[in-house]
Design a protein around this ligand. Structure first.
Ligand code: Z2T
Length: 803
């Protein structure tokens, strides 16, 4: 295709003409992006075909990762890097006076996910391919991903995201592999010759059409597949109104639900879930049957992973196909299904636990409901045998109870492995949330601490730091991220420290420029860049950060001699459109920014910046520029966190609670290299059990708290009266569910230490380098290796030239 710069240029110009019907001079940046993207996709295609062929020939076990979200981020830059053609392309374009980075900006940022869970799935795909593991993703081709956020007058406004507006160069439509999905209707039971069979009649059919996207491994020939399902019209019944049928069908894949760690309970969401699951399971079985006939061995060749409970219907769907279509007995089908499926839990927040009302479930998915009922009856019978007479325990563990289908219970009962996403989270699952299930099935429970792709979050996002690390320790760490530890031997090297300082400064300048352009705020690159970027949620406690800034403002106003290290507080966060409290906090951050940034004296010392529309591409500019990483969730509530790891890898120091993976970060780097504060998870859980926390006491006894809480409602912010009353109420009237006031003093103290520590520049920079050197543990390559060995039982497939 092209193997050097000149061939590339020639090919590019020719292709530009044929694709866009324009000469180079007339072409727009988007034409150029479109052309380059198509060329790269084509460049990938031979490896893609070879990989598929190899998987077929090798007869190896494959894993299918089912997830309602994949937060991919832009693909052009990452694909060029992974294919090792970035330099050739960049040089070639430069000759044509085109900047590659400007072209990259033309790509829409595919946002088929809300936050951590979806981005984790994307990092996992990158690691699977890079480790030559046969693993594929299945998701929905949402026409609109997570909404675009606009800030108007300090309030969040949502606009529909439009990633497909200009087409998607990476996808290949596969209409011949479309499958049919059945909703509604009735089940006819037939009993002849001692055999019971089931027939789904009067169903409404929807066609699921796959769009495949290549997943390119780094410096390897492996190209795996991410399959996105699109809902289209199938044959419709005689009684159906074609217009409403069209509307309802297309609605299935129109939108991603915009809630992070919150259950929706909407029938359209249930439709989405079954649509994903049924199309995926049908396609997995179809491709299995092309190679092998005996489905009784399915679990030896196929692992199906469900990313949280959203795809939990994979269990009854696989049962349905094995029994109704393949003629298995219940026992045979259960043996195969329960050994094929494995499950990851991502949260213990009760509002996120999926519980579907039977009255919604049963009519929409009559056969699936029947199967779940049967799974439940058999499970309860087992429980009865093990715990005779313990009605309460059985009622509590049942899959269906009080008119609700509990998806987590279904997932536990129907899978061979259940894992949490950080040590503390997995322990809370075993010892609290899922205690009774752990007692019943201790062997199923395990931990897989999350990780992130260092290829996206270092190589792609921070080429400057990447070059510096490689200069210092060579490039083996890129393939073996645990080798980053070698950097630890160099952290006292004054030259390295200075170069790191320069890289950080450079990245802060780049971000400062963006902030100036977008927010019209001039920030000081010598100030501490203190960053909290993540979804807006009460448990993540952006409010604690805000109250600390208000406290600093008050100190600075009261005492003209109060000196602190200058800081720029940077926020980025989307709120679920229906989450009233979260939207108020966004408004509060903006009101605070007004107050702080416009005060002639205070603004010399601190500034507050809210960056609009936080998403993967913006994150790539933010992590490299951060000095301080805010990971301040109420202990026990953040299952793992993954932003914490991205900051660490880019040399920011963490201010964090002993929650999620923060704990393992501390264990790995040592307590001197991280700033921890606040209640422990045990303390929080104990408070929740005994109900002894009284936020009012902290309000009354701490003058600093009283002042900032009062300022929410006393006209301090120049907003309508009552604007922030609900926030004040959450702290006082509702007794501060997330212990913001309880942790306030501890947070103020640790932040003061941070400010002082930053003034010793060299020690600070060394600590940052120590953080980077230990961040290899948090590469998703490590995580995926563990899933592959301990859950999926899959091994790498090597191309013949790599064997
Ligand atoms: C999500 O992003 C997470 C958990 C969910 O539970 C749902 C969503 Cl959309 C149903 C997050 C966790 O909050 C976070 O701690 C974790 O790091 C991330 O998943 C990946 O495991």
């Amino acid at each position: 295709m092209f193997s050097n710069k000149d061939e590339f240029k020639e090919f590019f110009l020719k292709r530009l003409e044929s694709m866009c019907g324009k000469g180079f001079e007339q072409s727009t940046k988007r034409d150029q992006y479109h052309t380059l993207g198509n060329m790269v996709r084509e460049y990938i295609s031979s490896k893609w075909i070879e990989t598929k062929e190899l998987y077929r020939a090798d007869n190896k076990k494959q894993v299918y990762y089912l997830s309602i979200e994949f937060l991919l981020g832009r693909l052009l830059g990452q694909n060029l890097l992974n294919l090792q053609i970035k330099d050739v392309v960049e040089e070639g374009l430069k000759d044509l006076h085109i900047s590659l980075s400007e072209i990259e900006e033309c790509e829409s940022d595919p946002a088929l996910g809300n936050g951590g869970l979806g981005r984790l799935a994307a990092c996992f795909l990158d690691s699977l391919a890079t480790l030559n593991l046969p693993g594929h993703g299945y998701c929905i081709r949402y026409k609109h991903g997570l909404f675009d956020q606009k800030i108007v007058d300090g309030y969040q406004v949502e606009l529909p995201e439009q990633w497909l507006r200009h087409g998607n160069v990476w996808e290949v439509r596969k209409p011949e592999e479309a499958v049919e999905i059945s909703f509604w209707g009735r089940i006819e039971t037939n009993y002849t010759n001692n055999i019971l069979t089931f027939k789904h009649v009067d169903a409404e059919k929807v066609l699921a059409v796959p769009y495949d996207m290549p997943v390119v491994g780094y410096q390897v020939d492996t190209v795996n597949t991410l399959r996105l399902w699109n809902a289209e019209l199938a044959a419709f019944g005689p009684d159906q109104d074609i217009l409403s049928y069209k509307r309802e069908t297309e609605a299935i894949t129109d939108f991603l639900y915009p809630d992070d760690t919150h259950d929706h309970g909407k029938i359209l969401r249930l439709k989405q879930q079954y649509f994903l699951v049924s199309s995926s399971i049908q396609s997995i079985i179809a491709s299995y049957k092309k190679e092998r006939s005996n489905l009784r061995e399915l679990h030896h060749y196929v692992a199906i992973h469900i990313n949280d409970t959203h795809p939990a219907m994979a269990i009854p769907e696989l049962m349905r196909i094995l029994i109704d279509v393949e003629g298995f007995s219940w026992e045979e089908a259960w043996e195969v299904t329960s050994h094929t499926v494995s499950y990851t839990n991502h949260t213990i927040l009760s509002e996120a636990l999926e519980k579907w009302p039977v009255h919604l479930f049963k009519p929409l998915l009559p056969r699936i409901y029947m199967i779940i009922e049967e799974i439940n009856e058999r499970f309860c019978a087992e429980l009865w045998e093990r715990y005779p007479g313990e009605w309460e325990r059985i009622e509590h563990m049942a899959i269906i109870a009080h008119g609700l289908v509990k998806m987590a219970h279904l997932s536990i009962v129907g899978s061979s492995s259940i894992n949490g996403v950080a040590k503390i989270h997995s322990n809370i699952l075993k010892n609290r949330e899922m205690k009774s299930f752990y007692e019943f099935y201790p062997w199923k429970f395990n931990n897989k601490t999350n990780g992130i792709s260092h290829r996206r979050w270092l190589l792609k996002a921070n080429p400057q730091l990447t070059a510096l690390i490689t200069n210092s320790i060579g490039n083996e760490w890129v393939k073996q991220p645990e080798k980053l530890i070698e950097l630890r031997n160099h952290v006292d090297d004054p030259l390295l420290i200075e170069q790191f300082a320069n890289v950080k400064r450079k990245r802060k300048e780049i971000l400062a420029k963006k902030i100036a352009e977008k927010n019209g705020i001039k920030v000081d690159v010598d100030s501490i860049f203190d960053v909290q970027v993540k979804r807006l949620h009460a448990y993540k406690r952006q409010l604690l950060n805000v109250l600390h800034i208000m406290y600093l403002y008050n100190r600075l106003k009261e005492d003209p001699n109060y000196f602190i290290q200058p800081r720029t507080f940077i926020f980025g966060a989307k709120a679920s459109p229906t989450y009233y409290y979260a939207k108020k906090v966004i408004k509060l951050i903006h009101s605070l920014a007004e107050k702080v940034n416009n005060d002639p004296r205070v603004s010399q010392v601190i500034k507050v910046v809210f960056m609009e529309n936080y998403r993967v591409s913006l994150a790539e500019d933010i992590f490299p520029a951060a000095d301080v990483s805010e990971q301040i969730s109420t202990a026990s509530k953040e299952a793992s966190g993954t932003g914490n790891m991205k900051f660490m890898m880019n040399g920011a120091l963490t201010v964090g609670t002993l929650d999620g993976a923060n704990i393992e970060m501390m264990e790995e780097i040592g307590a001197d290299y991280i700033f921890t504060f606040g209640l422990t998870a045990d303390e929080v859980l104990k408070y929740e059990e005994n109900g002894r926390y009284r936020s009012m006491e902290y309000y009354h006894h701490d003058q600093r708290i009283r002042q900032v809480v009062d300022q929410l409602t006393n006209g301090f912010f120049n907003e309508d009266e009552g604007e922030f009353e609900s926030i004040a109420d959450s702290l006082l009237v509702q007794n501060d569910q997330y212990f913001v006031l309880r942790d306030f003093a501890s947070y103020i103290d640790v932040q003061e230490k941070v400010g002082i520590a930053y003034q010793d520049r060299v020690t600070w920079l060394k600590k940052a380098l120590v953080n980077i050197s230990h961040s290899g543990l948090f590469s998703s390559d490590r995580t995926i290796q563990q899933y592959a060995e301990e859950i999926w039982n899959i091994t790498p497939v090597l191309q013949s030239n790599q064997k």
